[in-house]
Design a protein around this ligand. Structure first.
Ligand code: NDP
Length: 450
């Protein structure tokens, strides 16, 4: 038998991972961030080394790749690539969103699925991790084309999912319209009505608060971080990137908690409103961004404020930043600018929106940094509550769900403190990674070698 080393080394571990998964840069980035936090802990607890827990955690249970063929409005046959990465089901059925975007590839879905393992563990709910999607762009398509694509996609995906096996949800490019088309097809193919997808409309098994949950949770997480330092959101100047599902409801809750949102963005640039958004202006943005999607420059024209084409909002002076658009949208230079301009806190609504170098800048500056796996876990948490409601065939009230969401975000914050307390501050990144890791790792230990 080969002698196994009794300690893990981050560089050697990453070299092996990169060799096994060449060219998957986003996946490497996500793993390195977690491994940096958990390897010192693993080295103090050799049972995790003996059972190769980190090696097993970084290898998806399975990866399904399939052809999706559909017909466009002109009668042309179109082909896309569909994916489902079933990452880890140690603590519950695979759970994670579907993304439809031209940039979708295996690296991005593996990074998202891997992150989901820790995020879902933090929610306190019994959910494993997965992620999927296709390199399909719903933006340029007619309603009928989107429907035909979703149905073709589900024809294959339906073979691999189910309420006890794998429960996908939405993500970028997959909103309630796409979920509805896919759920309809699933129901038809299986001839049964089960909660195999979340993010459904209220009429057929959806949950109240689901569409608000990720954004609300992201604002609540910031509220908790500030509260722990004896501070509040009241009067704080806030930057929100994106203007999609997460950004809209992060902005709404920030405003409700007393913050002043002076910027939002989209793929064409950002809008700067020094007076701050109110409910009416935000409603305009939500309407504008509900299909067919408008551009934020229309908001700037309507409310006579400045639109900065092809720019992100990170150069503005603000107290708090909420990146809610996409991965790696804050780089090192942006991070330095935010700090220079007096930013004291980041709550990540998008998945991995800060590059590795940007995260380093935030940590060195010792500002409050709520990493995505903790700060945006509210969405999947309410998805978990949607699964529960489907199982018991009940629909909970809005107030009850919002209260549960708030409690879950508080519990995630507390877990970050439990595992991330340092001499004079909380290391939220380390806390989230470790708290998420321990639960899944212990479940894997209990199962033995499988
Ligand atoms: P949406 O598609 O609803 O919105 C995305 C927003 O970000 C849009 O306004 C889009 O602009 C903008 N955007 C996308 N890419 C870029 C880019 N490269 N540069 C600038 N702006 C960009 O997605 P969601 O709000 O659902 O998701 C946003 C992020 O949050 C993703 O990282 C997702 O994985 C994460 N997330 C989402 C959850 C959810 O419940 N929806 C749960 C947890 C995480 P435009 O309007 O021009 O398209």
């Amino acid at each position: 038998m080969l002698a196994r080393s009794n300690s893990l080394n981050i560089d050697e571990f990453m070299q092996g991972l990169i060799k096994r998964n060449p060219d998957e840069t986003e996946f490497h980035q996500a793993v390195e961030e977690v491994a940096t936090s958990v390897i010192p802990y693993i080295n103090e607890n050799p049972k995790y080394i003996e059972h190769q827990i980190l090696e097993r955690l970084t290898e998806p249970d399975r990866t399904i790749i399939f052809r999706v063929c559909w017909e466009d409005d002109e009668g042309n046959i179109r082909t896309n690539r569909g994916y489902r990465v079933q990452f880890n089901n140690a603590i519950g059925p695979y759970k994670g969103g579907l993304r439809f975007h031209p940039s979708v590839n295996l690296s991005i879905l593996k990074f998202l699925g891997f992150e989901q393992t820790f995020k879902n563990s933090l929610t306190t709910l019994p959910m494993g991790s997965g992620k999927g999607g296709a390199d399909f762009n719903p933006k340029e398509k007619s309603e009928r084309e989107v429907m035909r694509f979703c149905q073709a996609f589900m024809t294959e995906l339906s073979k691999h999912i189910g309420e006890h096996r794998d429960v996908p949800a939405g993500d970028i490019g997959v909103g309630s319209r796409e979920i509805s088309f896919m759920f309809g097809k699933y129901k038809q193919l299986k001839n049964e009505f089960t909660g195999a997808l979340t993010g459904k409309a209220l009429e057929f098994g959806g949950s109240l608060i689901r569409k608000e949950a990720t954004g609300y949770g992201c604002a609540y997480f910031m509220e908790e971080m500030l509260k722990h330092k004896g501070d509040t959101l009241d009067g704080k100047i806030c930057l929100v990137s994106g203007s999609g599902n997460v950004a809209q409801f992060a902005a709404q809750k920030i405003i409700q908690l007393g913050g002043k949102v002076i910027a939002m963005s989209d793929t064409t640039g950002f809008v700067h409103d020094p007076d701050g958004l109110n409910e009416e202006k935000l409603e305009y943005i939500i309407e504008l961004k509900t299909h067919p999607r408008g551009k934020l420059s229309e908001f700037a024209d309507e409310y006579k404020c400045k639109f900065h084409k092809d720019k992100s909002p990170w150069s503005l002076k603000a107290d708090l930043a909420f990146p809610c658009a996409t991965q790696n949208e804050i780089d090192e230079a942006d991070a330095k600018l935010l700090i220079k301009n007096g930013c004291i806190g980041i709550s990540e609504g998008a998945n991995m929106p800060s590059t590795k170098a940007a995260v380093e800048v935030f940590r060195e500056a010792e500002i409050l940094f709520g990493p995505s796996k903790a700060a945006n876990a509210g969405g999947v948490a309410v998805s978990g509550l949607e699964m529960t409601q489907n199982s018991i065939r009940m629909a909970w009230h809005r107030d009850e769900l919002e209260e549960r969401l708030k409690k879950i975000m508080q519990s995630i914050h507390q877990q970050c403190i439990n595992y991330g307390v340092e001499k004079d501050r909380i290391d939220y990144l380390k806390g989230a990674n470790l708290a998420g890791f321990v639960k899944v790792a212990n479940a894997m230990l209990a199962y033995g070698v499988i």
